[in-house]
Ligand binder design. Structure first.
Ligand code: A3P
Length: 273
């Protein structure tokens, strides 16, 4: 008898877990954790806590496997998940479309030069023996040589390339491009756009945020699981190394055409160039 009731409980619980109706697909180091933590304050949003990596690494495990990572929802609640590598995974657009062609797609984008430095800063924190940023940027490590577009931190900033793959499967109207810069200096304004895009009541607003001068980033007064004010963890908002100004200019020039193409595709000028 206990067996039957626990099975029933399992099925009942499974029924309450929904595949996501919206995904934060990227970009890596754009501010994806901040966006997820901020939007999940909303009572009508339920989110998978960790990156599930379903559409890149775990797709063979199937949709039931994926769904089991989602929190239970009540009627009217939306489920969301974030894994930033989806944006740059070749097969992801087709796979997400196969799950649900009306999936809403959120992309946090950030100046690709800053994003590259952020990506590098994360990498060197795990591998302190890495070469300097300035030498990894160029083929053969020499300033003046061509930029090494096969190096992850550089490659991932060519947003237009990745977006064109997604646009083969989803109309532009199903995307929301969140400014990673504005998410830092005016989080409430970006969250207003996000809530609007997701068809939510405006709940998350300026009252939820305060600027923590020590951290140099917006933090939350309270949120799910925290009653006290808190910031994102130590791995979010790292100090970046100071990069040679000539190298920065080379990178800015390198990204300009890709940025302009991305502005054209999205209809938004992010002001990076
Ligand atoms: P840095 O650590 O290089 O500053 P992601 O979550 O996609 O990995 O992005 C990490 C980046 O989010 C951080 O990069 C930081 O600049 C940015 N960010 C945006 N809002 C933030 C916040 N409120 N607190 C900390 N980092 C934030």
């Amino acid at each position: 008898e206990t067996d039957i009731s626990s099975k029933y409980k399992y099925f009942q619980d499974q029924g309450l877990r929904q595949l996501p109706s919206a995904l934060i697909i990227g970009v890596k180091k754009g501010g994806t954790r901040a966006l997820l933590e901020f939007i999940r304050i909303h009572p009508d949003i339920r989110a998978a806590g960790n990156e599930v990596h379903f559409f890149d690494k775990n797709y063979v495990k199937g949709f039931q496997w994926y769904r089991s990572f989602m929190p239970p929802t009540l009627e009217g609640q939306q489920t969301i998940e974030k894994t930033p590598s989806y944006f740059v995974t070749k097969e992801a657009p087709k796979r997400v479309n196969h799950m649900n062609p009306s999936t809403k797609l959120l992309v946090v984008v950030r100046n690709p030069v800053t994003r590259a430095i952020s990506d590098y800063t994360q990498a060197i924190s795990k591998r302190p023996d890495m070469k300097k940023f300035e030498s990894l940027v160029f083929i053969n490590g020499t300033i003046g040589n061509l930029i090494d577009t096969s190096w992850g931190p550089i490659k991932l900033g060519m947003y237009a390339r990745y977006l064109s793959r997604w646009l083969k499967y989803f109309p532009l109207s199903q995307f929301l491009f969140v400014s990673g810069e504005r998410l830092i200096y005016d989080p409430a304004a970006e969250l207003h756009r996000v809530q609007n895009f997701l068809g939510l009541k405006q709940v998350v607003n300026e009252k939820h945020f305060y600027f923590n001068a020590t951290k140099g980033f917006p933090c939350l007064f309270k949120s799910e699981g925290h009653s006290a004010p808190h910031c994102l963890g130590k791995t979010k908002g790292r100090n970046h190394p100071k990069i040679d100004r000539v190298v920065l200019q080379r990178l800015k020039d390198f990204y300009r055409p890709f940025n302009n193409r991305f502005y054209q595709m999205t209809g938004i000028n992010f002001g990076w160039s």
